[in-house]
Design a protein around this ligand. Structure first.
Ligand SMILES: *Cc1c(COP(=O)(O)O)cnc(C)c1O
Length: 433
């Protein structure tokens, strides 16, 4: 096939005839031209469809990573492709100095899902959290309150304030001095939160389910206790739902899932929530939602973004939400997630000296490994990366969450048959067959 007059041997009938594409040349361009801020697996993906990915040699994979909890409807979903295509023909970008119908519409959808409040749109999780920090600071400014407490082992993005908020030293090292006004508290420890509050504290920020920290859900008692504590002390309760939100838990927000069996849970609401990852189904978009009475703190001129909430991103995100609702994917995530989790539990029982724990809910699950087991002895490479590499060779894509946890955050469309296929491969991998 010819592209701009040049013969491209690997494109045939609109598909990559990928055998001819050279992984080495892709890799060498990266080595010479891309900043080396990532350690990468030795694969270049060139095409995707549903929960399948294809690499530059034509090999097929089952995708349990979904671009790190991003591609909520899988790859190349026909209706998302059509929506993007349609919007691209109409209008891409005009800036936030003008009204744009899809942005307002997406705001309304999120508002109705959360029962009120207002939304600010940006392009990523890191930006959503920056808006969150600024909003909290502005809210407390008149009273001289600025301090934000976050959890140990949390993850809140790679901006300067984001790494400061993140409760893991590995992201901070070498970037000092960090942003003043952040302190860490142990996760799921209410007494520690209470003891850490000072007269400068304006907010407590947690993830509903810690993602990068190894798939650790907040307990119902912690969520309810923090809400009560924050109300009593005039402190904002903020949730980073960038990874665990967007129906991944089987409810729109993970706290709704965590609290659903609790009578007091129905009235629980945080003061603000950040979202990104799955919101655009793979198109970059982030959002900050804040309750009525707090959202107004970000008045005209207080914050901004050139690209945020543009027509392409918001048109696609509207479609993602519409499809999730129409196809009842929240219910499906619960069913398939419960099934996946029970199969992983069984796997742990079969390999009690290799797997230490199964955690998570919905389609946000983690397998924790013992360090230095017979199957995965201690090497330079953490056990999670060893397992992920080996599964990749066997045609399963997943990602680590810290040194000992292998994480599964597939698209919300994952089927039971795909779970079976994955778990069968896990089993042969653990057997070393
Ligand atoms: C991914 C993530 C972020 C950062 O989002 P980016 O889009 O990478 O900036 C922040 N918080 C959590 C919980 C995340 O999982």
């Amino acid at each position: 096939m010819k592209v701009r007059g040049r013969e491209i041997p690997w494109i045939e009938n609109g598909f990559m005839r990928v055998k001819d594409m050279n992984f080495q040349s892709i890799q060498s361009e990266f080595q010479s031209s891309i900043v080396p801020n990532y350690g990468r697996y030795e694969v270049a993906f060139v095409r995707g469809s549903g929960n399948r990915l294809f690499d530059s040699t034509g090999k097929q994979y089952l995708d349990l990573a979904a671009g790190i909890a991003v591609c909520s409807l899988g790859h190349a979903h026909p209706e998302l492709v059509e929506t993007l295509h349609h919007q691209a023909k109409e209008l891409w970008h005009v800036s936030n100095l003008f009204y744009q119908e899809p942005q307002g519409h997406l705001g309304s959808r999120i508002r109705s899902l959360l029962g009120g409040g207002k939304v600010f749109f940006c392009n990523s999780g890191g930006e959503a959290n920056e808006a969150l920090f600024k909003m909290a600071r502005k809210y407390g400014n008149a009273d001289g309150k600025f301090e934000i407490l976050t959890a140990l082992n949390s993850f809140h993005g790679r901006t300067l304030a984001g790494i400061t908020a993140t409760g893991q030293d590995k992201v901070k090292t070498g970037f000092e001095p960090l942003v003043p006004g952040f302190r860490h508290i142990p996760f799921n420890d209410l007494t520690a939160a209470e003891n850490a509050l000072s007269d400068k504290t304006i907010a407590i920020l947690i993830e509903g389910i810690q993602g990068e920290g190894g798939i650790v859900p907040a307990t119902p008692e912690y969520l309810l206790g923090l809400r009560k504590l924050c109300d009593e002390r005039g402190v904002l309760l903020l949730l980073d739902s960038i990874q665990c939100g967007m129906f991944r838990s089987g409810r729109f927000q993970s706290y709704q899932r965590v609290l659903e069996k609790y009578p007091d849970g129905k009235n629980f609401s945080p003061d603000a929530i950040t979202m990104a990852k799955g919101l655009g189904g793979g198109f970059p978009i982030g959002a900050l939602w804040a309750r009525d009475g707090l959202a107004e703190v970000l008045g005209p001129g207080s914050h901004g973004t050139t690209f945020g909430g543009n027509l392409l991103a918001t048109a696609v995100a509207n479609k993602v939400l519409e499809i999730v609702e129409r196809d009842g994917l929240d219910k499906k995530v619960r069913e398939v997630g419960n099934y996946f989790s029970s199969r992983l539990q069984h796997l742990r029982e079969c390999f009690p000296t290799t797997i230490s724990e199964v955690r998570g809910m919905g389609l946000m699950l983690g397998l924790e490994f013992f360090e230095g087991s017979i199957r995965f002895p201690s090497t330079d490479k953490p056990v999670s990366a060893q397992v992920v590499s080996e599964l990749l060779q066997r045609g399963i894509v997943c990602v680590p969450a810290g040194p000992r946890v292998v994480r599964f955050v597939p698209s919300l469309t994952l089927s039971r048959a795909e779970v079976d296929e994955a778990v069968d491969t896990f089993k042969t991998t653990l057997q070393g067959k």
